[in-house]
Design a protein around this ligand. Sequence first.
Ligand code: GCW
Length: 685
Amino acid sequence: RAENGYNLWLRYMPIENGQLRQAYQHQLASIVVCNQSPTINAALKELINGINLMIGKVPNVSSITGNAAIDFKTNRLVLAKLDQPAIAAQFSTVELRQIGQEGYLIKTVRQNRVPQILIAANTDIGLLYGSFHLLKLMQTHQSLQALNIQQWPRLKLRILDHWDNLNGTVERGYAGYSLWNWQTLPGIIQKRYIDYARANASIGINGAVLNNVNASVKSLTKEYLIKTAALAKAFKPYGIKVYLTAKFSAPKELGHLKTADPLDPAVIKWWKDKVAEIYHYIPNFGGFLVKASSEGQPGPGDYGRTHADGANMMAAALKPYGGIVMWRTFVYENKKGADRAKQGYDEFKPLDGKFDENVLLQAKYGPIDFQPREAFNPLFGAMPHTHMMMEFQITQEYFGFATHLVYLGSLFQEYLRKDTYQKGPGTTIAKVLEERVNPGTDDNNRLTGIAGVANIGTDVNWCGHPFGQANWYAFGRFAWNPMASADSIAADWLKMTFTNDPGFVNPIKKLMLGSREVAVNYMTPLGLSHLMKFALHYGPGPWSKSAEVYHHADSVGIGLDRTVTGSDAVSQYAPALASKYSNLKTTPLNLILWFHHIGWDQKIATGETMWNSLVHYYYQGVKQVAAMQQIWQSMKGKIDEDRFNYVTQLLKQQHLEAKWWRNGCVLYFQQYSKRPLPKDCKEPG
Ligand code: GCW
């Protein structure tokens, strides 16, 4: 059948295995829910639709209100909250404590020897998440016979950042236009908004920043607040809160004040009133995301104030309503000779402990900018008195847009598991993110989070590249559990999105897991960064003036000296790492050019000279894309023709562009190295 990718990983394909189908039919013949609410109704709708599509049978549904007892004898699947003693009695106290406000328990229980599946939670949203989990088990063909599942999110804020402009374009978006149709809002709630919310809820995403961090003040006007309110209302049953970016100069631009100085009483009052207005229209508003004093955006720096002054002023306005501020640490100046990698840390580290309790600092995974590989951002672990959240980029700004197949699950995993050593070995970034800054606070008040810059647009398949969907999916799963595995997430996604056939899932999972390193190889191997074409960031551009500051290639060698003889960025890391990175021999091979300037003829850990190694990585990357093409070709017939053919074309294009990258970079660097290509690297362009 034709498949255009619209249904993402929620395809609910018919289960062809007769035995499994029969077992499911029996196990899910009826559903009972206790009490109703928009969220419970969404769960029920999803279950009924999913079960029907997968096993061809609509379950009988009944609901119980108040304290009426559940008829365990006749019902197979029970969705109930744990405030019912009979339900809570099925679980241990540890289980009940763990799951908090968004978690859930799924358990097979026996009443009169008849097995029932119980989905239980403290909240309605927990029940919705649990329902999606049950559906996932079916989508991945797992037995429902003896379930005993405890799930809860390790991070509280799991947010998509949309860089959507109000005119419908998306900054760094490669999948069409913005999903939000401002012109027809608030009157028209497109089905697509609901499907967006379903997809997010299915992976536990619980927030969306609707507009670009390069913000327009218009989004804070009454006209737009009313439109935003309609979206917020539509998303609410799915547990998704809406946030907006706040342009720091809004008091001047909208309020006609003379200043936006965060310490000016009129400015303070303006934000207070604005926030009151926002909550009047959007009672469950989440808060602000702010890009300030960065890349030309206005900010507290314009008035000689600190980031803490700016963030705390907004936070004070939001606090009475439970709102938060996510303040970005992405700041740098293109000062001659300055190492951009150091600037975020230099500016924010001294402010540790100065931010109010409803402020989080949102830091990119690396100190520069969403590169295929960077050292990790040294701010993680270095701000023990500040709520820190991670910012990943799901949209592939530096990864070949929506043309290249790059599974980012591997990247998310790499950074989340990085050891910062800040509290000794084992202080992973995942731990830093999960840790409560105030250990005494209860689950409701802990402020932890992660954000991903969305890769979603109006393309029929949402993400442009069919495999781009995997990055949205993986982001949600890692947000739920930062120690999740990229491998099993890829497997789940493939099964739900394409087929459970192991002849497809195993080889393509392997292809996905290797794909990020392949892109690193043909774009920026060995710790190089920012060689993309200036401003556009598509294709190679190591020759641009802006790239030179990142690769430092000269007649002697290549790479940036970030040790004490250079910019000394190494000293921003914990001592154990600083000394590791200071020594070429102990620097991870994949970061050597990030930390060192290395002579062309110097032997590196590959066993070859710097120059030959560099060239070999570029050639290797191209070969690997050819291998990906071959593997994909051998999948013909295993999945629908539409997506098979589309990915075939995309991989062909990726192969061409990998060569473009290889040839551009190798030829460019050869001007400096003045060395011949290794003998096995003579393949013509
Ligand atoms: O990655 C860079 C992008 C800009 C972006 C900026 C940021 C929204 O090239 O387009 O602006 O980062 O993260 O603020």
